[in-house]
Ligand binder design. Structure first.
Ligand code: SF4
Ligand code: SF4
Length: 430
């Protein structure tokens, strides 16, 4: 059965006429190669003894601080952390491991409904919606399911990991597309017997979701209250992406829910017009600055893609350098952008500020959390207020002298300063 909503689908029409992309803006070089997820600094502990030792040190440090009842690491903060993580623990959703129980690539109805009792809803047919209508439907559903912002783009395969890292076997396995030789029988996304993940070629659309991280929580970076704030956003991702993916499957299409696995989020978010890349290697959004997490759903439901919206972040970061000044371990470069990586954890051949993720990860081991200072201090990290909105408007004009004045004022006004975790709990943090 086919349910006609409006118009008809013309797969691929959205691919036409889109000139600007993250790959173009950040001058991706011909020698660029898809990134292997195993080289992400947070994945390295699964195969590198040195990185594994840093993780062990971080956990040990966190335990020590909790046992000392240090400020920001007390029992209440620890309880907050455990609460923030609970949905992911309960559902088996992984932010880095694709195609697990919680973020399964196939309809969850196959897990939930004993065979023979109820038909899988996919058998009811496919909703035929024109891309504009589908975009509206998906945006509405995504907002209902908890996304703070929603954007749409085409899947630029440059940003899909070449390999994914299996946390169980500690091995990396390829991610292929069904139009690559030998994979054309895969019309559903899934995992082969040799652990290769295959994405059907028709899954060329991405719904990119932004999840705000609480301002007060982030002001306590690098304490446990800050890490719990980050994990709360991830738990909301686990909730939102899984529901949105299942909604799309209910319409009769394939959907892959994803947090940090499967593909690089930042360039996809840029392609969707949700922000720009900052010096601190974070997505800087007009609304939340870097104070957000990103997730995505990859699908074959045709939608209308957005396009990058540039609003002066690169030029402002050139002048600002505040994250480079405030990073406790000097992991953020104060100089210019480069195509050349600092280590295997960077992408080679993309013009960007190359963050030293090893130094950053070493610092995490010193504080027992995931730090977050470079998010806290960023001048874009402000909630909506007429004065902040006006500043953002001024930044868009791109006048260097004004940009440096804004940075000086930001310092003088004390924005981005550390707030004690006690003030987070007693409501005096604002
Ligand atoms: S998270 Fe902390 S250590 Fe890492 S780059 Fe940001 S400020 Fe530096
Ligand atoms: S702190 Fe300044 S330099 Fe760093 S990302 Fe934010 S705006 Fe850019």
């Amino acid at each position: 059965m086919t349910i006609e909503i409006k118009g008809h689908t013309e797969r691929g029409t959205a691919l036409q006429g889109k000139g600007r992309s993250a790959a173009g803006i950040y001058e991706t070089q011909p020698y660029y190669q898809r990134f292997n997820q195993k080289n992400n600094m947070t994945r390295q502990p699964f195969w590198s003894p040195e990185a594994g030792e840093l993780t062990r040190k971080r956990h040990h440090k966190l335990k020590t601080l909790i046992e000392k009842n240090a400020a920001g690491y007390g029992l209440i903060d620890w309880a907050f952390y455990n609460g923030s993580n609970a949905n992911m623990v309960g559902t088996g959703f992984s932010i880095n491991w694709p195609n697990r129980r919680g973020n399964f690539w196939q309809p969850l109805s196959r897990l939930a409904q004993p065979q023979g009792l109820l038909p899988a809803y996919q058998s009811y047919g496919k909703v035929q919606a024109d891309p504009a209508t589908a975009t509206l439907l998906v945006r509405k559903a995504a907002r209902q399911f908890g996304a703070d912002q929603v954007g749409f783009c085409l899947l630029d395969r440059k940003w899909v990991y070449s390999h994914w890292l299996d946390e169980e076997t500690k091995q990396d396995y390829p991610i292929k597309f069904s139009d690559e030789p030998g994979y054309d029988a895969n019309w559903e996304p899934g995992q082969l017997a040799d652990n290769t993940l295959v994405i059907p070629k028709e899954m060329e659309y991405v719904i990119v979701l932004i999840h705000e991280m609480d301002d007060e929580g982030m002001r306590t970076a690098p304490a446990l209250t800050q890490m719990a704030t980050t994990l709360t956003a991830y738990s909301r991702i686990s909730f939102t992406t899984v529901m949105l993916a299942e909604f799309i499957r209910g319409l009769g299409y394939n959907a892959i829910p994803s947090a940090n696995d499967t593909a690089l989020n930042i360039p996809l978010a840029i392609d969707a017009g949700l922000g720009e890349l900052g010096r601190n290697a974070k997505l800087i959004t007009p609304k939340f600055g870097p104070r957000c997490r990103i997730s995505k759903v990859i699908t074959d439901l045709p939608i209308v893609p957005g396009e990058p919206a540039l609003w002066g972040v690169t030029q402002f970061c050139d002048v600002c350098q505040k994250c480079a000044r405030k990073c406790p371990c000097g992991a953020i470069p104060a100089g210019g952008r480069s195509f050349e990586p600092v280590g295997v954890y960077n992408q080679r051949g993309v013009l960007q500020w190359q963050l030293n993720h090893l130094k950053c990860y070493e610092y995490w081991a010193e504080v027992g959390t995931n730090c977050g200072v470079c998010i806290r201090v960023c001048p874009f990290n402000k909630p909506s207020h007429w004065s902040h909105d006006m500043t953002r408007w001024v930044i868009r004009r791109g006048i260097q002298q004004v940009d440096s004045l804004i940075v000086r004022l930001d310092d003088v006004m004390g924005y981005g300063r550390f707030q004690s975790p006690e003030s987070f709990w007693n409501g005096k943090g604002v």
